[in-house]
Design a protein around this ligand. Structure first.
Ligand SMILES: [Mg+2]
Length: 277
């Protein structure tokens, strides 16, 4: 039995936008749920929270504070700081990953405690060789910001697959025999940090995402309510993956989700009208 959610976790790509294209209903949906505490959670470690917040504002998707954005890069930095205050790291990924790690630790390619692998440019023969050496010769721990095999990019309205964090960390795992510790969805660490930010119990929170394997599976495992919007990775009518937990809501888009909520809990939301946008 689901309760009217008290707080929301929102995935972004495939839920609110495709690349630079804002999805229909997304701005109106965010206005309609603005009174509910919410955080934006993403497995993408390429941009910093401040950059993500600025991007959402520029796209007309509210005016979130950077503190409302939890990227897998930031979650990784906070986790490592808890494990080892003042940690040293060797980052393999986009500049945004180094930017968040450097707020909590120190880049050190000679004596790193952690080899942190994330999405985006960064992996090449030199960085792979350096990371392998740190792990095998100096006992560094291998960390993966997120386990996605591929991630979606959108070009001219068409989806194309880019290598995800799971694909990029794989060469390090193969070479060293060490399995990476993964921070992002569906692993629990990023979700637990998001719940801490919101200050609610898992069952009081609803995760809205477009991927079953990360968004829905990870949130369901922790007892969050879940909603799959079929506006990203899954299209309408695509079969549910075998063995994956069902979502509490399985809807075409955010407008349909909002209509379903209003029908089930008429008193749950402030907005008097449905979505017009
Ligand atoms: Mg997504």
């Amino acid at each position: 039995m689901t309760l009217c959610p008290r707080a929301l976790l929102l995935d972004m790509d495939g839920v609110l936008y495709h690349g630079e294209r804002v999805l229909p209903h997304a701005p109106a949906f965010l206005r309609a749920v603005a009174h509910l505490p919410h955080v934006f959670v993403t497995n993408n470690p390429i941009a910093t929270p401040a950059e993500v917040a600025a991007r959402l504002a520029r796209m007309g998707l509210g005016a979130p504070a950077p503190e409302q954005i939890l990227t897998s890069g930031l979650a990784t930095a906070r986790y490592l700081a808890r494990q080892r205050p003042g940690f040293r790291y060797f980052a393999v990924g986009a500049p945004g990953l180094d930017a968040v790690l450097s707020r909590y630790g120190t880049a050190d390619a000679e004596r790193a405690d952690y080899v942190v692998v994330g999405e985006g440019p960064g992996l090449d023969y030199q960085s792979l060789t350096r990371g392998i050496g740190l792990i095998l010769e100096q006992g560094a721990r291998l960390i993966s910001t997120n386990p996605d095999s591929t991630v979606d990019a959108w070009r001219d309205g068409r989806r194309l697959a880019l290598p995800g964090g799971g694909a990029l960390v794989a060469p390090f795992e193969v070479a060293t025999g060490q399995r990476a510790l993964t921070i992002g969805k569906p692993e629990p660490l990023l979700y637990r940090m998001a719940l801490d930010l919101l200050g609610f119990e898992a069952r009081q929170c609803l995760m809205i995402g477009d991927r079953v394997d990360t968004d829905i599976a990870g949130a369901a495992a922790l007892g969050l309510q879940t909603a799959l919007v079929r506006s990203g990775r899954f299209g309408p009518g695509e079969p549910w993956p075998a063995g994956a937990p069902r979502a509490d809501w399985d809807v075409p888009d955010l407008a349909a989700l909002y209509r379903a909520w209003r029908a089930k809990w008429p008193d749950c939301f402030d907005a008097a009208d449905g979505l017009n946008g």
